[in-house]
Design a protein around this ligand. Structure first.
Ligand SMILES: [Zn+2]
Ligand SMILES: [Zn+2]
Length: 196
């Protein structure tokens, strides 16, 4: 932990607004109400430091040095937040995985769209060739979906069979059977003529 002067702390906190709407783990975000960089991170000039990132600055003051090769992840997902309790030093890969891309967002979800938990027992995991997770699927929902579409298929084939039974039967008749059917038809026609 580095020694920070009262004067610098006051200067820092003059740019902070405690959020009334954004929380992580029960504590509010400390929103940077001054200059942000293009990435949306708070900017704070401190001594001769080259890094202006306000969240990195406060982390170094209150938590400690950021280990080489690690970056700070905003657990609250609010980039301009400087609450050190919302920051965690992680690898670049972890940070990317926790970010806001659709894949990362999906990876953060703890429950499926129907509220079933993504526990190991209830999750199908589909991977890319590289081994990276491509998609997760809820087993309960997948099973329900499969059962539903199987039932639909069965119902459809039943209907289809009923509607086309005659045609199928005809198509599969042997020559003998065909001859027999022709015979019956001829006989019934002859009968019809006699009756007329
Ligand atoms: Zn926050
Ligand atoms: Zn589900």
């Amino acid at each position: 932990m580095s020694h920070v002067s009262t004067k610098d702390l006051i200067r820092f906190f003059a740019k902070v607004e405690v959020s009334k709407t954004s929380f992580y783990n029960g504590s509010p975000c400390w929103e940077w109400a001054a200059c942000l960089n293009r990435g949306g991170y708070g900017q704070f000039k401190y001594k001769r430091e080259t890094s202006l990132a306000a969240h990195r600055r406060i982390y170094q003051w209150f938590v400690g040095t950021i280990p080489d090769g690690l970056e700070l992840d905003h657990l609250c997902r609010v980039r301009h937040c400087v609450n050190p309790a919302h920051l965690e030093a992680v690898t670049h890969r972890e940070n990317g995985l926790r970010g806001q891309s659709p894949v990362a967002l999906a990876a953060q979800q703890t429950h499926c769209a129907n509220g079933h938990p993504f526990t190991p027992e209830n999750t199908y995991i589909f991977r890319k060739a590289s081994g990276e997770i491509r998609q997760r699927a809820c087993k309960i929902c997948t099973r329900a979906y499969r059962a539903k579409s199987a039932a639909r298929r069965r119902a459809y084939s039943k209907e289809y069979w009923a509607a086309n039974r005659e045609r199928f039967l005809l198509a599969n008749l042997t020559d003998e059977q065909r001859a027999h059917r022709r015979n019956i038809k001829a006989k019934s026609k002859a009968k019809g003529r006699k009756a007329a």
